[in-house]
Structures are given as structure tokens and as C-alpha cells.
Design a protein around this ligand. Structure first.
Ligand SMILES: [Ca+2]
Length: 316
């Protein structure tokens, strides 16, 4: 039947685009099966729709960490079908929901039921979605200013007048914010302390399929990467690393200044972590020297090595 509707529309508008959407985002296998069935039976949508009411607790009781699960579903659909995903229905409350919508009262993670929490939910989903296959979010009934739905709408009421909540700007702000820049250490220009070597190392758990192994063998050895900062400004500095049983302790030094604290990269089992070293302000764009200096080793560790995946700069 849906395919018949599509054919009818195409007969008058051959450029029309098509979608359809599911209702249960926390059942990923059901979502995949739905679109498989649609495509197998001749209806091939241009965009895959889902709906998401992350505070809803009637159908979704017991489901936690819903933001992560929504992102996971979008990623799964995007990679499985190679089509963009559209959130055809979305709402998250800015105050504790009441009456008919009192069951929409689940607080997801750090997203409080406040105007800021509502804003942050939409902003974070938009920002993440830009590079993960999400093509749009339709806030459901943003103008439905009946009492029961007011908390989920994008307007607030005072003295019988209505004003837009801050969430009205969340999508546009999320689209306009600068994206993080990621530098694969295996591709960067390197200098090192004398006598030391580094090895570009294939690793399927690392971004780009490779990491950079610094074969340090003593305290004070260092490897220094040239990072081309695109714009002046303040960035959150992160790097991803493989911790293991022959790793050293390292301090990052940017253009001669310590960034964050010393990191003990020893672990008895191999683990991958993204380390947050706090914010750094660059007054100019251009090449900056990121030096990882070995400050010692945990006494269990059998070596001083450093195995990095990437350096990430997140505009603040
Ligand atoms: Ca890498």
C-alpha cells in the first residue's frame, strides 16, 4: 500500500523523496527488520525515519541511558542501509510533565527536565548527528501549548502569554557550532629525543586503522607532533591511547607548557581510552608542537612505551 502511494505521488512529482518512520527506537533489531521488509517488498525510502521520546516511560520502562541507545540505532541504520536517518518525532520535557503526559518523566542521564536540559538534549543530538548520518530532527508538536503537553512543547506560558524556550535555537546552534578536528598521530610530522624510534602500527581498534608506537626506553624521552590548529580559540584537548603492560607515564606539553596532568598509561590488560586534558587557548592558528614527554613508569610496567591513536581538538 505504501509503495502504491509512492507511485501515485511520483506520477505527478518525479523528484519527490520518501520516508517512513518507526515508533520503538529501543528495539534496534525491530527497526532493521522493518526497513528490510519495506525494501524487500518494493518500498525503498530515501530517508529512514525513527521517533524518539526519550523521557517516555510507558513503553520504555526499564530502558536506561537512552541518548546512547538512540545514537546507536541511528548509526546502525545509517551503516546497514547507507541512507540518512531522520527523527520524524521528538520531544523532551523542560519541566516535570503532568496529567496525561505524566508518564514522560524519565530523566535521561545528565539531561534534567529544565529548559537547559531540553536545549542540551536537542543540541547534543544535532551536533553528534552532523557526522553520524542524522539528517534532521522534527520536534513533535512544538506549538502544542495545552497544559498537559506544555512541558514537551518549545514554548512556555506566563500570565496567559507564551514565549519560546531556549530549545527553539538548539538545532540551529548545533548545526553552526564548529566541529572537532582530529589528527591521526600516525599521519603527523614527528621529532623525537635522540636515539629513539617510533613505528606506524596497524591496529583495527584504532581510528584510521593505525596508531603511532613510540618506543621510548627511559624517563625524559619524548615524541613531538606538529599539529596545525585551524583557527584561534579555546579547545578541549583530548588524545586516544592504548594502555598496556609496557607503557610509561606521560605528560603532554604544548609549545612548552604542560597541558593537563601526568597520565599513567600502564594497564595489565590492553585497553583503549580517550584522555581529557582540559582546555587550551590558542591566540593564533597554525603549527603547534605537542610533545609527549615520558615522566617515568608505574612500577608494575615493563617499559616506557606510548601508543597513541589520535589527538582531538574540540572547539569550546
Ligand atoms: Ca589513528
Amino acid at each position: 500500500m505504501i509503495q502504491a502511494v509512492k507511485e501515485g505521488i511520483l506520477s505527478v512529482d518525479p523528484t519527490a523523496q520518501f520516508s517512513t518512520h518507526t515508533a520503538l527506537p529501543f528495539k534496534p533489531a525491530l527497526n532493521v527488520a522493518y526497513f528490510d521488509a519495506m525494501i524487500d517488498n518494493g518500498y525503498n525510502p530515501d530517508q529512514l525515519g525513527i521517533s524518539a521520546y526519550p523521557s517516555e516511560n510507558y513503553l520504555q520502562s526499564g530502558v536506561t541511558d537512552r541518548m546512547t541507545k538512540i545514537k546507536s540505532l541511528i548509526s546502525q541504520l545509517y551503516t546497514t542501509f547507507a541512507k540518512p536517518v531522520f527523527i520524524a518525532e521528538f520531544a523532551y520535557p523542560s519541566t516535570t510533565p503532568t496529567e496525561e503526559f505524566s508518564g514522560y518523566n524519565y530523566v535521561d542521564g545528565s539531561y534534567s527536565h529544565t529548559p537547559r536540559g531540553q536545549y542540551n538534549y536537542i543540541y547534543d543530538l544535532t551536533y553528534w548527528g552532523r557526522v553520524n548520518g542524522l539528517i534532521g530532527i522534527r520536534c513533535w508538536a512544538p506549538d502544542l501549548i495545552i497544559d498537559d503537553y506544555l512541558s514537551l512543547s518549545l514554548f512556555s506560558e506566563a500570565d496567559d502569554s507564551y514565549a519560546a524556550k531556549i530549545a527553539i535555537d538548539a538545532i540551529s546552534n548545533g548545526l553552526e557550532a564548529p566541529l572537532p578536528v582530529q589528527f591521526e598521530t600516525e599521519n603527523l610530522t614527528v621529532t623525537m629525543s635522540s636515539g629513539d624510534t617510533h613505528t606506524t602500527t596497524s591496529n583495527l581498534n584504532m581510528s584510521g586503522g593505525y596508531g603511532d608506537m613510540f618506543n621510548a626506553n627511559a624517563t625524559n624521552d619524548y615524541i613531538q607532533y606538529t599539529v596545525n590548529v585551524p583557527e584561534p580559540g579555546t579547545y578541549n584537548i583530548k588524545y586516544r591511547v592504548n594502555k598496556y603492560n609496557n607503557r610509561g607515564k606521560y605528560q603532554l606539553i604544548i609549545d612548552g607548557t604542560n597541558q593537563g596532568t601526568e597520565q599513567n598509561l600502564y594497564s595489565s590488560i590492553s585497553t583503549y581510552v580517550e584522555i581529557d586534558l582540559g582546555n587550551k587557548t590558542f591566540s593564533t592558528a597554525g603549527n603547534k608542537l605537542f610533545r609527549f614527554k615520558c615522566t617515568g613508569r608505574y612500577w608494575y610496567s615493563s617499559g616506557y612505551k606510548l601508543f597513541t591513536d589520535y589527538i582531538k581538538l574540540i572547539p569550546q
